[in-house]
Ligand binder design. Sequence first.
Ligand SMILES: *Cc1c(COP(=O)(O)O)cnc(C)c1O
Length: 378
Amino acid sequence: MNIRLSKASVGDEELAAVKEVFDMCYFGMGSRVQELEQRLRQYLGVGHVIAVNTGTSALHLALDALGIGPGDEVIVPSLTFVASFQAISATGARPVPCDVEPSTLLMDVDDLRRRISPRVRAIMPVHYTGNPCAMDEILSLAGQFGLRVVEDAAHALGSLYHGRKIGSFGDVVCFSFDGIKTITTGEGGAVVCFDRDLASLIQTKRLLGIDRDTEHRYRNTRTWLFAVHTQGYRYHMSNINAAIGLAQFDKIERFIARRQQICRDYVRLLRDLEGVQTLPIDYATTVPHIFVIRIRDFRDALARYLNANGIETGIHYVPNHLHPLYSRCGVTLPVTEAAYNEILTLPLHCDLTDDDVEHVVKSVKVGLRTVQTSRQLQ
Ligand SMILES: *Cc1c(COP(=O)(O)O)cnc(C)c1O
């Protein structure tokens, strides 16, 4: 038995969609990309959608288009994928790591407020596990201090905050469609924003700063006459990836229901297990990307036991302020660092069966007993 931590759920539909693009033989940014953007926009109900080649590019592009660069600072929770930090430092700005709340492991708004300085230009909330951050408080702080808010919503496609989808409100919101996210395009991402001029700048920057070319490309043609006014990047999405995403969008409701069901089952089956805690998440409104538990003692020994028994686990994440590249500021974040010693991610993807989930939980229970007993004997 081998149970993977995360994986895409893809099949004949995605292959057929890719085949169509092969038959069309237009692999660049074409009509499929426009269709995917329309699909996401329809799903969210509002906003301008710009599809790109990765979630990391989406974050970088958003910050770049907001004019964030050298000398600027962006506040971001340390407990996130390194992509959030790299996207900030790629602009020349400095990521300012902030702590998380002890129960949810989401951005701590009080700590965020303390870190606002004249150099800070933006806040990057991360909807860790898919559970939305305190957006009302964060957006209101941003308004008060004149800051932009670029949400890292890589985990949170489909999640609701006060009844509204993440990506349907706010300032700028970035999604990822990499191979393990709620829906995949193979690799991909999207920026969502609500300002027409910003959207148009992001569109231009996505394609090497080439003005007016997007319209042509959506018709699967190109123009050779263009003017370049701004720094751009080759971050556009390919028709192949967009086609995969369109096939995935047809399955999104099933994916969401399955992910939520698996997490509810984990919570129920792990309840009352001494030394193991689950996060306080409402799976009626959160679409979970990862299932994180906290183990008071023997976390590493338990992870080794599970891995040795064919169950892949993860640790999300190494806090970024501990990476050599970002540790210069010498900040300590007590809640993040304490959590880092306890967190363990259990398998979560749509191809897990009920038996798989029960097997994982049983293995956690047996594993904990095994590592506790062997520790006591030492
Ligand atoms: C996946 C992810 C990203 C980046 O997305 P890619 O598409 O892999 O570049 C950014 N932030 C977080 C929290 C993620 O999990």
